[in-house]
Design a binder for this molecule. Structure first.
Ligand SMILES: C[S@@+](CC[C@H](N)C(=O)[O-])C[C@H]1O[C@@H](n2cnc3c(N)ncnc32)[C@H](O)[C@@H]1O
Ligand code: SF4
Length: 375
């Protein structure tokens, strides 16, 4: 059940809200691909021969890679890992890269899931966010992908954007549903340090996102999704039938994964490690045969806190028996005592040995989880 994440650190341009590690220049792409393929080989023992059930090309913008590069990476993964036959292989993509020919090429590889960054079905919003595509390109990309038989498609949307009123947000959701995609990820706009939005807000050029509007958008979203038979399986994620993101669900279920590329994180149940977030240094170090990473051994307290955080955010919840068997009586009693008030006030629902967030607790997930952390 292990997964592999590949971080592709290139973008057409930098969006105003984003602080993921990526560069708006593609000049080192060839050297990066060489380094990434070398790292795959260097890391082939990290997952101790476990079969790979999911592969995820994330970024950055992996769809910027020519298909030849994608194929080379997939071949190198196949040569060094045992990839399951029905593995879920996802490519994050921006609509401006997904012309018909590119989609056709992708459909001929083993990539079987697309995660397309749509963000909004309104051109004004896209301009405000500094996206590199139009609504027209986004709609065509979804239409053509379906036409080519790519029928496991996720799209990303952002709400809580200053100027996005409830009516416009509702229309966005309606358009997302009407597009026929199987999965929708919707994120509340957060202002990350050192992004363009952070600077604009500090200079008074734009307003900060309004918490109350974000909460209203979240409520509109959950209502519309439920009406249209999407399962709300993680705070920000909704899917039709069984179209969960298997890769992300495995993170949330505490499965092992290997992250490759600059800034990518890996987890082997006992420790976490993360590669350097610098492309030049990543390439130079890998060329010498060294993986440039830092590592942290996880204490029982950290593992408990992570499990509570991810468990509460998901439909699968926090299993009290698992807490007892994995972390011991001290943590079990701590969680029981600290969740009582949330259960009594209906922020958390208890069904036998499983704790999940109730409707009114969902938007407050991070705060509630933090309250249940063992300090
Ligand atoms: C890191 S991006 C990678 C995918 C691809 N490059 C794209 O832009 O669609 C993954 C998603 O995270 C979300 N995201 C990134 N930064 C965010 C922020 N500050 N607030 C809300 N959502 C954010 C966006 O919806 C984006 O599609
Ligand atoms: S949101 Fe996606 S396209 Fe925009 S800068 Fe971040 S990674 Fe790049």
């Amino acid at each position: 059940m292990a997964g592999i994440y590949l971080h592709i650190p290139f973008c057409a341009k930098k969006c105003h809200y984003c602080n993921f590690f990526s560069l708006a220049s593609q000049k080192n792409m060839g050297a990066f691909i060489d380094a990434l393929c070398h790292e795959i080989e260097l890391q082939k023992d990290y997952l101790q021969n476990e079969a790979i059930s999911t592969i995820y090309f994330g970024g950055g913008t992996p769809s910027l890679l020519p298909t030849e590069y994608l194929k080379r990476i997939l071949d190198q993964l196949n040569a060094n890992f045992q990839i399951e036959k029905d593995a879920e292989i996802t490519l994050e993509a921006n609509p401006d890269d997904l012309n018909f020919e590119k989609l056709r090429q992708i459909s001929e590889t083993s990539i079987n899931r697309l995660s397309i960054g749509i963000q909004s079905f309104d051109d004004e919003d896209l301009k405000f966010l500094n996206r590199s595509h139009s609504v027209q390109q986004a709609s065509e990309a979804i239409y053509n992908a379906h036409k080519l038989g790519l029928n496991n498609i996720s799209i990303d949307l952002i709400y809580g954007i200053p100027g996005l009123n409830d009516e416009k947000w509702k229309q966005n959701i309606d358009k997302a549903i009407a597009s026929g995609v199987q999965h929708i990820s919707a994120y509340s706009l957060t202002v990350e340090l050192n992004t363009a939005f952070d600077l604009f807000i500090k200079k008074g050029k734009i307003k900060a996102p309004d918490e109350e509007a974000s909460l209203r958008h979240f409520n509109i979203l959950t209502e519309q999704m439920a009406k249209n038979s999407f399962v709300h399986y993680e705070i920000s994620n909704f899917c039709k039938q069984e179209f969960y993101s298997r890769h992300n669900s495995n993170y949330w279920k505490q499965q092992k994964y290997l992250g490759l590329g600059p800034s990518a994180h890996s987890f082997n149940l006992k420790s976490r490690q993360w590669n350097i977030a610098n492309l030049q240094q990543y390439i130079q170090s890998i060329q010498k045969g060294d993986i440039p990473f830092e590592k942290e051994e996880l204490s029982i307290k950290q593992r408990y806190n992570e499990y509570v955080m991810t468990g509460l955010r998901c439909i699968w919840g926090v299993n009290l028996d698992y807490i007892y068997s994995e972390f011991g009586e001290k943590y079990y009693l701590y969680l029981i005592n600290n969740s009582i008030e949330y259960i009594n006030n209906q922020f958390i629902a208890q069904n036998k040995n499983i704790l999940t967030l109730a409707s009114k607790g969902k938007f407050l997930a991070d705060g509630i989880a933090a309250d249940l952390f063992y300090e």
